[in-house]
Design a protein around this ligand. Structure first.
Ligand SMILES: Cc1cc2nc3c(=O)[nH]c(=O)nc-3n(C[C@H](O)[C@H](O)[C@H](O)COP(=O)(O)O)c2cc1C
Length: 309
């Protein structure tokens, strides 16, 4: 049998396989170029980009937790101008999809970052991180409010010539409400989940371990939560869904694909083994080949429900 076809479509974008790196865990790709052929990946989602450079929160800003980690990096990044000048040229040479994750502290900032990427070659799509606090509205994250989420989506779409993927926050009562709002606003796809808010305390000093007090929980600890949210959102939307959260091997990836995710992202696992994504791609190939599945498409959304009777 020929090699299984792992290619998938995220709206107008075709990926050679459904395995992407998650934003903030793979730098700008180049950091990993000595360890693997980046061209084998389905795509790279780069570190969250804002209009101006940001140094993020003071350390300590990460801590290990059972089966995961908390981070309060605070979206440290180079800013739009330096990204375009110093990081994009290497990304443009890669034979993989480059997805630029963006964020803002106001709707105008989201629009400005999207506008700055308009007409720029070598960017396959924009992923919009709506977990960011809205400074104009008392610091509540955009992604916890359906109307604000829709407004951010609209503003990015107005200022962009690229497919727009909106990355949803799990720190909400009903993720489907937000997902439906961004779909109605015109998003080409959604990705989920971003990190779950949590904290850790040092029992000797009795102080929070993270200077920021709270941080975002990621890693295998969040996988079942992410999987269920993906399952719910897949059933609520008509646009493609990208699954993220605690994926460490091809079996985890398959759970998300079977639940209906069209592609997956690998985050924290890159810190444990930088080649995790490649192992997942190989694992998916072997899984399909052994079962005579010629296209990964046949697996996506193939969840069977057990009959309780
Ligand atoms: C250190 C770190 C930095 C992150 N930075 C970003 C970011 O800049 N933008 C974003 O949308 N998500 C960011 N995330 C969230 C991840 O992309 C991903 O959604 C989350 O970690 C869940 O996936 P995982 O369990 O595979 O890590 C970050 C996660 C970690 C651990």
């Amino acid at each position: 049998m020929d090699e299984p076809d792992l290619s998938v479509k995220i709206g107008p974008l075709t990926l050679k396989n459904p395995v992407l790196t998650a934003s903030g865990t793979f730098g700008y790709g180049q950091e990993y170029s000595g360890l693997m052929d980046l061209g084998r990946l389905g795509g790279i989602v780069v570190k969250g980009l804002s209009l101006k450079p940001r140094s993020g929160n003071p350390p300590p800003r990460t801590v290990e937790t059972p089966c995961g980690m908390l981070n309060a990096i605070g979206l440290a990044n180079l800013g739009l101008e330096t990204f375009l000048k110093e990081k994009l040229p290497a990304l443009q040479k890669l034979k993989t999809a480059v997805i630029v994750n963006i964020y803002g502290h106001s709707i105008n900032e989201y629009g400005a970052v999207a506008a700055g990427l308009k007409g720029v070659n070598g960017i396959s799509a924009i992923e919009v991180n709506i977990s960011c606090p809205n400074v104009e509205k008392g610091g509540m994250a955009f992604g916890t409010d359906a109307e604000m989420s829709a407004r951010v989506t609209e503003r990015v779409l107005e200022n962009s010539d690229k497919p727009v993927i909106v990355k949803l926050s799990p720190n909400v009562t009903d993720i489907c409400e937000i997902a439906i709002a961004v779909e109605k606003a015109g998003a080409h796809a959604v990705s989920l989940i971003n990190t779950l808010t949590g904290m850790a305390i040092d029992i000797e000093s009795r102080t929070p371990v993270l200077t920021n007090i709270s941080g975002g929980l990621s890693g295998p600890a969040i996988r079942p939560v992410a999987l269920y949210m993906v399952y719910q959102v897949v059933n609520a939307l008509n646009i493609p869904v990208i699954g993220v959260g605690g994926i460490v091997d091809y079996r985890d990836a398959l759970q998300f694909l079977i639940a209906g995710a069209t592609a997956i992202q690998v985050g924290t696992a890159n810190f444990v083994n930088p080649r995790t994504t490649l192992h997942i791609i190989e694992g998916l190939k072997t899984f399909c080949a052994e079962r005579k599945i010629s296209r990964i498409d046949e697996i996506i959304g193939s969840l069977r429900m057990t009959d309780p009777s």
